[in-house]
Design a protein around this ligand. Sequence first.
Ligand code: PGA
Length: 254
Amino acid sequence: MRKKIIAGNWKMNKSRKEAKQFMQEVLQQLPTELNNVEAIVCAPFVHLSLLAEMAQSSPIHIGAQTMHFEASGAYTGEVSPMMLTEIDVTHAIIGHSERREYYHETDEAVNQKVKAAFAHQIKPIVCVGETLDQRESGSTKSHVANQVKQALAGLTEKQIRKTTIAYEPIWAIGTGKTASSRDANDVCTHIRKTVASISDEAAAQGVVIQYGGSVNPDNIAELLSEENIDGALVGGASLAAESFVKLVEAATDA
Ligand code: PGA
């Protein structure tokens, strides 16, 4: 059985004090072990070291929201995978639609980053998803399949099995509009088929596929009840400790 993965994406939010308070509250409220659920907090770079220290010997994993693909070099302003593993960061979101849109991250860069993540033992959460125009013109599945193929190009079957794919329709991010659980599952099912087509059935069955886009404690149970939705990548509703804990608890119950 695939485990459920709940990842909070703080984006560019929280002061150091707020980050610390969040983690204190979450650690108080969550059990010391989670059964078949992985909970990840993806925070701004400057908070990662503090959060990783606080989360030591807890069930919470710490993730970055992006990273560079080189281990070091003349890339002003960037952070390398090597720097992340050194401070016990275990996951990284790769190719979030905001990175693709505002920082011109291409499918090729996403692929380089995914490969770099594996080279440094970081687990990638690869984001894919369509715009409203693509949805309305009926090209959602072909667009998403293409993003998946390019992101995973050149990976081994074992690496693909360890990849998390987050299906995030761009029109649903931060808008309060969630895809219906049926529509979301339909695309997630297509993603799994796409993985089977570029690798094999074992990889397709192993890969965790999250849904993201206005997920909150009220709609998560329905989304997770779908066959091919194995978790959620959550922005706004992951910012408050109480709501993050509820999301993790919903995954535990699913
Ligand atoms: P949202 O963001 O939950 O605020 O819609 C999701 C995301 O961008 O990962």
